[in-house]
Structure formats: structure tokens, C-alpha cells
Design a protein around this ligand. Structure first.
Ligand code: GLA
Length: 723
């Protein structure tokens, strides 16, 4: 009997180890290797986090992808069958009821560009009826534009041959079954492409559609399971370009700061160098005091309007640095674009007091010296109900908001908060509707220095069809903010409706969002920053276009954050463009996971200097080719900042599916030579050219400058005529 059992076991074991057919769901493989231009491939759901439905059939099992999508699998010659039911996902145009949103719970921000909205989309995940602006940067669609759904096509390839293709499919088509033998194949590739002309109109292009590999599985034999292979452009990854911080004392940006008379004032002199540093100012206006060991200036701003020049001295054991900072007391705040951190891209609604304090510690330790000043809580701090006397209070995650605010100020930083003019915020928390003054006073008592005011459910109060309707809620809150005892930087968030850049300053906005929500993919960068082409003339000190926050570092819109999906080149391009655009710089990453690369991105004082330049211009698009763009802006010192971007798409418009895959995982040179003709910048004669990321002079050039730019990367320069 014993022997029999033993033999049984051996047989069983053998059948499990050799020869036995097994299968693996595609959803259980490493989906992070999917190469998508938009969003992330998702197990058992669409890229928007919805159930996968193809022509009315629900797929509990499958992988939702954006289009185009590519995936390469090492079968190790052990595969036998590949099975899937494929198609375009049914579209639920979720015209969410006012105030509803799934934001915080999702991997992607609500309705953000990861979804089906071409060009950035709008918070709330829905087409916003008449509320979307016409021709807004960020691709917001004019109301009523018919949506042309792209045709998509699925391909299954084995070892550089197409072994199955779906033919053109569109939304509403029944799923097609792919059931192919894959015996002997070493590498299997799965591809979905869009058949429409990229970017030729609404709904067209690669980013507007969602597809799914329903019930997809690979059957194989042997012990080695099929494994996803890295596919994203395998080129030379750029390194940390920002030079190591010098030990010598140095005074950084900003060089100008605004305040209104007789309000509490807090500002830290941005300086770096070996610690301890000692700070001194020749003459401080009455009411202000300087902490000589931290550089924090606090107190009450002068009653007298005017410009106060602060002659600053910073020293340490190695030397002395001197510079001027202008304190302008008048009606304007944010004389350079606000720089700081905001919680939204670092966990969405999961924000709490502990995370904020952790962020404060990192910012004060590593970033404050480079000008980073604001610590802003986004959505998710509010209690469920107002108190009996109508007061809006915090939820349990913020048990001591005043203590937290004091902590932020004690580090010389400034405290920002978030609300909506509607009854609810985008994350469905309580908004300020009909409690505007009361809320402003509450925030004043907490020591708030910045408000992001997000339209969201205000659409249930007003369609926002006229300029008057669009301005109204922002005026109401502005009237309330000036009654508080604080200088509160006012950040309008309504995604560009009604060409907000034309009137944002009239409601005393300091910045205004011009696009839908950003996410961490290149398509989103193209649809936000690169769409700021018609609004540069409205920018000046105190008034900034805001194409949304930075998506660098570890980001995410639920409690779990992950490294940004932007490549390193894309991150350089992102930060460079935001600097050229004089956009608010709001880092949106988990600060406790701040890695050296990300730190390098946000501590380059020459790049920051482009953003904080006191002239306050926004870069304009100078030249644009099929796959490159040159943006430039004038700087206060008479020079120009120029960004040369290689914006081209991943496969350069490749039509042959076989060629879309880097089958042999070869390193590919993703760079392109781009020629900058100085005359396009209105420059003639010899020019001194400096690379801002490496902070190196490149020499003097006559007429033109040629540079090698990595795909989706940038060369960021400062160009100045030589004498
Ligand atoms: C909207 C905004 C985001 C964020 C969320 C919060 O989507 O655009 O930046 O503030 O609301 O719910």
C-alpha cells in the first residue's frame, strides 16, 4: 500500500513538473511592461478603472489597455495556445451627477487624460456639456463637437510574423476570438493600434480609445512560465544632470516677493551651502524680523506700500554670498510662480496630517533653500458635515489642523488648502457653496496662505455659459479672502473654461488651471504643457497659467504611489517646459520617497531661475516640426531661455506591426539632431550658449546651434548675445 502511495506521488509530481499543460492569465503577468502612450494596463478593468464590457458582454477577466498598446512575452518555446476575446470597450459617457467623482479611489485622477477624453479631459470624468471652453489649451473640446471614435486593430505576432489580426474594429463590435497555436514560438507580441490619423480631430489619435484583451490566457508546458519582456525604448537613460550642490553659500530664487500691507508675513531666504548658514539683512522694514540661523523672515508686512530692497548676506565657514531680494508691498501676491508641494498627485483623497508633516520635513530639509515654499493640502481634508453653526471642519485624518499649520510656518513654509465653490468638491467632499465668507474666515484662523478653488460641482449651480457666470463664484470667494487677516494666494481651478487666462486676473486670481488633470504619461504632457500656445500674453508677475502639477517622483491617486511612468527624458522635458512656461511649480509626489534623480530635477537653481525670472514672461512656441518643438522666453537679464524638445511619438508613425516591436531588446539610439536657427528667435550675431541642466557653457555660436536630443527629451539653453 505504502509503495502504491509513493508511486502515485511520484507520478503526480512528474505530471506537475514536466509535460503538464498549465495556463496563465494575461492579467496575472507583469502588466507594467505594457508599452502604452496613455494610462496603465489594468487587470480585469479598463484603464479608467471600469468593468471591461465589449459590445454589452461583461468580462470579469482580461486586461484593459489604451491604444496604441504593445506587449512582448518570452515564451521560452514552451507555449502551446494563446486565447483571447478582443475588442474596443463600450464607452460609458459618465455624465456624473454634480459633485460625484471617483477621483480618490482611482489609479487615475477622475476623468483625467488616462481616460477617454481626448486632450486632457476634465475632472468629473464626463463631457461637461456647455461648460468646456472652446479651443482651450489642453485640448478641452468645444461643446457639441461630434466625437469620431477611432477604429482599432489587434495583432498577435510570433517571432516577427503576424499570426493573427482582428481587422478593423470599433466600439460596439462584438468581441473577436483569437485562438492560435503558439508551439515553438520564442517571443509572442500583442499589439493594438489605432487606425485613425493621429491627432487629426476629436476622438481620433491614439489616446481616445480603450481596448481589452478579454479572458486572455497563454497555455504552456514545462516549469518556466511565460514572462513579459521590457519593451519601452531601450536607449541610453539620461543621468542626473544637475551638478552636486556646492558647499559655498549661495542665494537662490525667488528674488522678488509680494505682500499686501499689514498682513502676517512669512518668507525664508532661499539659500544653500554647507550648514550651518548665517543670515543677515542690512535693513528690515519695521514689523519684520529675521531669524539669523534659519533665514526665516516673519512678522507683519509694512503698512506703507512700496518696494523694499533687502540686502541679504549669507555666510558659512567657507565664504560669503550677497544678493538683493525685493519685497514689494502692494496689491499683488505671487510675483513669481508659486513653488511648492501639493498632495493630490501623491495619494489623492488618502492625504492625512502625517503625510503632510512628512512632506514638510523633507521640503524644509532639502528643498526650501531652492525656493520651494508652499505645502498645499488638496481634496480630502474636510469633515462630512458642517457644525450646527455652519462651520466647515476637518475630518479625523486632520485632528490638529492649526498645529499642522503652525508646524508648516515654524519651518518658514506656507500653508495651502483646497475647496470648491460648489456644494461638493471633485472628490465629493464638502465644498464652500453659500459658506464662502465663513470658510475663508475659518482658513484665516488656521493660518492659510494659499487657496486652490476648484469649480467641480458648481456646475450644478451654474452652467457657466457666460463670462459673468464663470467669474461669479471666483469673485465671491475673492471678496471673502480679502476680508481675512492673511495674504492668500488665489489659485483658480476650472480647467480653462471660458478662456480663463483672459479674465483670471480680473477676479484677482494669481494662477488658473488651463487644462484637465495631468497624469504621468507623455500624452498627458503633450496635452497640457505643450498646449499652452495661445495664452502667453496674459501672463505677468502675479498672474500665471497653470497646466497642472508636476508628475515626477512617486505618484498615484490612491494610497499607493508608484514611480512616475514618465521616462527620465520625459521628466526633464516636463520640468523644463513648466519652467519655460512660468507655470506654478507644484511637486506632486510622495516626499518620503524622494529619490536622487527627482531631487536633481527640483534643485537645479538655473532651471528654477527660468521659472522664477522676475520679468515674468511665458515661453512661446517658436518652431514646430513633425516631431520637435522649440519654445523660448525672454529673461530679465536680456538673454533668452530656449527649450528644444524632441516630442515625436514612440514608433514614429510605424505602420508595420512587426517593426513596432524591439524584438531583440537592442539598445536603440533614440536621439535626433535638431538644428536651432538663431534667426527664428530674432537673434543675429554671435551668441553665448549655456546648457542649463548641466550648468555648463557650451561656447559661442554664430547663426545656429545643433543639438542631439533624446526622444521625448529636451536640450534647455540660455542664449545671450556676446558683446
Ligand atoms: C480636480 C482637480 C485636481 C484635484 C481634484 C480633487 O480633479 O483638477 O487637481 O484637485 O479635483 O478632487
Amino acid at each position: 500500500m505504502k509503495h502504491l502511495v509513493l508511486i502515485w506521488c511520484v507520478i503526480l509530481l512528474c505530471s506537475f513538473t514536466v509535460g503538464e499543460e498549465k495556463s496563465i492569465w494575461l492579467g496575472d503577468m507583469d502588466l507594467s511592461q505594457f508599452d502604452l502612450e496613455t494610462g496603465q494596463a489594468m487587470k480585469n478593468q479598463t484603464t479608467r478603472g471600469d468593468t471591461i464590457i465589449i459590445a454589452g458582454t461583461i468580462y470579469q477577466n482580461g486586461v484593459g489597455v489604451g491604444v496604441p498598446a504593445k506587449y512582448l512575452i518570452d515564451l521560452n518555446s514552451s507555449g502551446s495556445r494563446f486565447y483571447a476575446e478582443v475588442g474596443a470597450c463600450d464607452r460609458k459617457f459618465r455624465a456624473r451627477p454634480a459633485g460625484t467623482a471617483t477621483a480618490g479611489a482611482n489609479q487615475q485622477p477622475a476623468g483625467g487624460p488616462g481616460g477617454e477624453m481626448p486632450g486632457g479631459g476634465a475632472p468629473g470624468g464626463a463631457m461637461l456639456g456647455g461648460a468646456m471652453p472652446s479651443g482651450a489649451p489642453g485640448g478641452a473640446m468645444p461643446f457639441g463637437t461630434p466625437r469620431v471614435m477611432p477604429t482599432i486593430e489587434f495583432f498577435v505576432l510570433g517571432d516577427k510574423k503576424v499570426i493573427w489580426s482582428s481587422g478593423p474594429m470599433k466600439t460596439g463590435d462584438k468581441a473577436k476570438v483569437v485562438d492560435v497555436e503558439i508551439g515553438g514560438i520564442k517571443k509572442l507580441a500583442l499589439i493594438v493600434v489605432s487606425q485613425s490619423v493621429s491627432g487629426s480631430g476629436p476622438g481620433a489619435g491614439p489616446f481616445g480609445s480603450m481596448a481589452a484583451w478579454g479572458n486572455a490566457k497563454i497555455t504552456y508546458t514545462g516549469n518556466v512560465a511565460p514572462k513579459a519582456l521590457p519593451l519601452k525604448a531601450i536607449g541610453e537613460e539620461p543621468k542626473i544632470l544637475t551638478p552636486k550642490e556646492s558647499d559655498l553659500p549661495k542665494i537662490n530664487h525667488p528674488k522678488v516677493i509680494g505682500a499686501t500691507p499689514e498682513k502676517p508675513f512669512i518668507f525664508t531666504i532661499p539659500a544653500t551651502g554647507k550648514k550651518p548658514l548665517q543670515f543677515a539683512i542690512d535693513k528690515l522694514p519695521n514689523g519684520l524680523k529675521l531669524d539669523g540661523s534659519t533665514g526665516i523672515i516673519s512678522g507683519t508686512s509694512p503698512a506703507q506700500k512700496g518696494t523694499y530692497t533687502l540686502n541679504i548676506l549669507v555666510k558659512n565657514s567657507l565664504g560669503v554670498a550677497k544678493d538683493k531680494i525685493e519685497l514689494k508691498v502692494g496689491n499683488l501676491l505671487a510675483l513669481t510662480p508659486p513653488m511648492g508641494w501639493n498632495s493630490w498627485n501623491a495619494g489623492g483623497m488618502s492625504v492625512d496630517q502625517v503625510k503632510i508633516r512628512a512632506a514638510v520635513d523633507v521640503i524644509s530639509d532639502k528643498l526650501r533653500g531652492h525656493g520651494w515654499a508652499f505645502v498645499n493640502i488638496d481634496d480630502g481634508w474636510q469633515a462630512d458635515k458642517r457644525t450646527d453653526d455652519g462651520e466647515l471642519f476637518t475630518n479625523q485624518k486632520f485632528s490638529d489642523i492649526k498645529g499642522m499649520s503652525d508646524y508648516i510656518h515654524s519651518k518658514g513654509l506656507r500653508f495651502g488648502i483646497y475647496s470648491s465653490p460648489g456644494p461638493r468638491t471633485c472628490g465629493q467632499a464638502l465644498g464652500s457653496y453659500q459658506h464662502e465668507l465663513q470658510d475663508a474666515m475659518t482658513w484665516g484662523s488656521w493660518g492659510v496662505d494659499y487657496l486652490k478653488y476648484d469649480w467641480c460641482s458648481y456646475r450644478s449651480i451654474s452652467a457657466g455659459n457666460t463670462l459673468e457666470e464663470l467669474e461669479k463664484p471666483y469673485k465671491i470667494m475673492q471678496d471673502a479672502l480679502v476680508k481675512t487677516n492673511r495674504d492668500i494666494v488665489y489659485s483658480l481651478c476650472q480647467y480653462g473654461m471660458g478662456d480663463v487666462w483672459k479674465w483670471g486676473a480680473d477676479v484677482n486670481g494669481n494662477s488658473w488651471r488651463t487644462t484637465g488633470d495631468i497624469t504621468d504619461n507623455w500624452r498627458s504632457i503633450l496635452n497640457t504643457g505643450f498646449k499652452q500656445t495661445n495664452n502667453a500674453d496674459y501672463v505677468n508677475p502675479g498672474h500665471w497659467n497653470d497646466p497642472d502639477m508636476l508628475v515626477i517622483g512617486s505618484v498615484g491617486w490612491s494610497a499607493k504611489t508608484l514611480p512616475t511612468k514618465l521616462t527620465k527624458d520625459e521628466q526633464y522635458a516636463h520640468v523644463s517646459l513648466w519652467s519655460l512656461l512660468s507655470s506654478p511649480l507644484l511637486i506632486g509626489c510622495d516626499m518620503t520617497k524622494l529619490d536622487d534623480f527627482t531631487l536633481g530635477l527640483v534643485t537645479n537653481d538655473e532651471v528654477i531661475g527660468i521659472n522664477q525670472d522676475i520679468l515674468g514672461h511665458q515661453a512661446k512656441l517658436i518652431t514646430k516640426g513633425d516631431d520637435y518643438q522649440v519654445w523660448a522666453k525672454d529673461l530679465a537679464d536680456g538673454s533668452k531661455a530656449v527649450g528644444i524638445f524632441y516630442t515625436g511619438t514612440t514608433d514614429g508613425g510605424e505602420k508595420d506591426p512587426v517593426k513596432m516591436i524591439n524584438w531583440d531588446q537592442q539598445k536603440v539610439d533614440t536621439s535626433k539632431l535638431i538644428n536651432l536657427d538663431f534667426s527664428t528667435l530674432g537673434l543675429s550675431g554671435k551668441q553665448a550658449v549655456r546648457n542649463l541642466w548641466s550648468q555648463k557653457d557650451l561656447g559661442t555660436f554664430d547663426g545656429k546651434f545643433e543639438t542631439k536630443v533624446n526622444q521625448h527629451g529636451v536640450t534647455l539653453l540660455k542664449i545671450k548675445a556676446t558683446k
